[in-house]
Design a protein around this ligand. Structure first.
Ligand code: M6R
Length: 615
């Protein structure tokens, strides 16, 4: 969702801010704007559409070079994506400019109040009131940070605000409640951004901002307080990836790069979590083994792809630990009064660590006295900070909106949590755990093998570019894989795509099957749980008899599916529970290629944002 950048230093603020906004494009947006403090005033430009429109406007009407500036990419909520609604918003005198991410819930009342006092508001946004309120406060105290604190105390809702004032050209002020904001500390320069990718080219030293904090940025450092002005403790962290990790590196799309990075991401997520004896050591968990032994229910909350990872985790957790596990869409969770207690372990899965629905779900769980374990990919983000414990996935930055490598690493982390629970509770023998870990250790190589054989999948995708519907079927852990395959196709190819549990077919969905409808079927291993395998082979026959074009994903050596597969995609043999790690990869490639063939934006699909920071 909205991307924010702020800069104070000796470089051209406009250049730094624009480059930062480019790095934040992946978050999803529909207008963009900048403001710089220069020549005793403020200069601003903003345009609907992509950054290129703003850049063109800046060529036609260049802004002066200033040493402090702010920028914004807006994902419209209040008011359409127009020039007028784009940020920054300025007060009537044009002395203060503000950008905002989030929603100010009491903006209508504030707007009426301001109008009564003679302010003229020009946009339909909730943000504009902040510029006017800041101007009023500033006229009384002549201090931008203090003005921001005073204004924030009057705002309801979730917001990140960043402002600059013509009278303080060497200062940028930011405030944060719920929406993300990170500070970058450089040599003689300071940065603010929605995430670190905006300033990673300049510094790898960052500070997490906490809830309800205001930061004042100057060249020589930053000051952080709460909304009342009390100094706040700051936690500095080092960003352990560099600028190249957030670049395409020769690929046409970030998504292709991120699909290709999966073997490394999987291996990195296992790294350092297995000791010399082959046992799991999740030292960073911060929940004691004694507490984990007391857990009598696991509840997983997540959204989208992370929710699908949670659905797969349920099979592993219940099978390996015998603890009941529920998986719930985070957006539904707190509204249905879920049964939570001190012995419930809530697992919140999120790539970005900023998804508002997941954040609200975990807050609700903690209020009910449950412990929350976050599985997260983003250091410095809100969800891990507000959880009792965190297990980081080591996927590196995921830029494409469609989640790929984050999903595989979330699965690895979920397996590790399940195994660890089994280890501390003694529901799995040490040698059983070691056996699974050995299998997990091979997955990176197996994903690599899948990636090497994807040309027929790409060809197949291209041949289906004119279709309207693709269905996906799976059983057991293959069912969430089917859901994930369908989600990828919806978001990237804008096609009607649905995933079903294959056993549900005869209860309704089979009516959708007609001649030529492509149906992707995820087939479990014939080894071990062969009853599952046999049942899905019957399902394939049922849909084929009704004209479906079957696209079968089956493990190497499974000959039983051959007669019924119009297209056969082979994946390496893995234990059933781990199969999603290899079976999902062809579905990612399939969706990416279909999107390309249909001429869609692969990395930034329409209407979508990378991290959904409003409910
Ligand atoms: O950052 P999160 O993992 O919390 O994001 C959750 C979903 O918004 C995300 O997985 C979304 O569904 C992806 N675009 C799917 O590819």
């Amino acid at each position: 969702m909205c991307g924010i950048v702020g800069y104070v230093g000796s470089q051209s603020a406009l250049d730094v801010v624009l480059a930062g906004l480019k790095r934040l494009e992946y978050r999803g947006y529909d207008s963009a704007g900048v403001a710089v403090a220069a020549d005793g005033g403020l200069a601003a430009a903003k345009k609907a559409g992509k950054l290129v429109n703003l850049e063109k406007a800046l060529v036609d009407r260049p802004l002066p070079t200033g040493s402090s500036g702010i920028g914004h990419t807006r994902w419209a909520t209040h008011g359409g994506p127009t020039d007028a609604n784009a940020h920054p918003h300025l007060d009537n005198a044009g002395r203060v400019a503000v950008v905002h991410n989030g929603i100010i819930e009491n903006f209508a009342a504030l707007r009426d109040e301001l109008a009564e006092r003679g302010h003229r508001l020009d946009s339909e946004t909730d943000t504009e009131v902040v510029a006017h309120l800041l101007a009023e406060e500033y006229s009384a105290c002549a201090d931008l940070a203090e003005s921001m604190r005073l204004v924030c105390r009057r705002l309801d809702g979730a917001f990140t605000l960043v402002a600059v004032h013509a009278d303080e050209p060497d200062v940028v002020v930011g405030a944060r409640r719920n929406s993300p904001l990170v500070v970058g500390v450089g040599e003689g320069e300071s940065f603010l951004a929605s995430d670190v990718s905006a300033f990673i080219a300049h510094t790898r030293s960052a500070i997490e901002l906490g809830q309800d904090q205001v930061v004042e940025l100057r060249r020589d450092g930053v000051t952080v307080t709460d909304f009342a002005g009390n100094p706040a403790d700051v936690r500095t962290f080092h960003i352990d990836w560099d600028a190249s990790a957030a670049e395409k590196g020769g690929y046409d799309y970030f998504m292709l790069k991120e699909i290709a990075e999966q073997p490394k991401a999987v291996a990195d997520t296992l790294l350092g979590r297995i000791d010399a004896a082959g046992s799991l050591t999740l030292d960073e968990l911060r929940i004691s083994d004694a507490e984990l032994r007391e857990v009598d229910k696991v509840v997983i909350v997540a959204c989208g792809t992370a929710f699908h990872a949670g659905l797969i985790a349920k099979y592993a957790i219940e099978h390996w630990t015998r603890i009941p596990c529920e998986v719930e869409l985070a957006s539904e969770f707190r509204y249905r009064d879920p049964i939570l207690a001190a012995r419930t372990l809530v697992v919140a899965i999120s790539q970005s660590g900023e998804t508002m629905d997941t954040l609200m779900a975990l807050r609700h769980a903690r209020e009910q006295g449950s412990k929350v374990l976050a599985i997260c990919n983003t250091n410095g983000s809100t969800i891990p900070r507000e959880s009792d414990a965190v297990l980081y996935t080591h996927a590196g930055p995921e830029i494409a909106v469609a989640s790929t490598k984050a999903f595989l690493t979330q699965l690895v982390a979920c397996y590790l949590v399940a195994l660890y629970l089994g280890q501390v509770r003694g529901t799995k023998w040490g040698d059983e755990i070691h056996a699974v870990i050995r299998e997990l250790a091979q997955i990176a190589g197996q994903v690599e093998q899948v990636l090497e054989t994807m040309e027929p999948v790409r060809e197949l995708a291209r041949s289906l570019a004119d279709r309207n519907t693709v269905l996906f079927l799976g059983r057991h852990v293959g069912y969430p894989v089917a859901l994930e395959g369908a989600l990828k196709l919806k978001e990237l190819a804008y096609m009607h795509a649905e995933g079903f549990a294959a056993g549900e077919l005869k209860h309704g969905p089979i009516a959708l099957i007609e001649k030529g409808v492509p149906v992707v079927v995820v087939v479990p291993s014939p080894r071990g749980r062969s009853v599952l395998h046999d049942k899905i082979v019957s399902n394939i026959q049922e849909i084929r008899a009704r004209g479906a074009r079957t696209i079968v994903i089956a493990e190497v050596g499974d000959e039983a599916v051959v007669p019924y597969a119009d297209h056969l995609i082979r994946v390496p043999a893995t234990p059933t529970l781990l199969q999603p790690l290899v079976a999902t990869v062809p579905l990612q490639v399939f969706a990416c290629e279909l999107a390309t063939a249909r001429g869609n934006e692969v990395d930034q699909p329409r209407n979508l944002a990378k991290s959904v920071t409003v409910e």
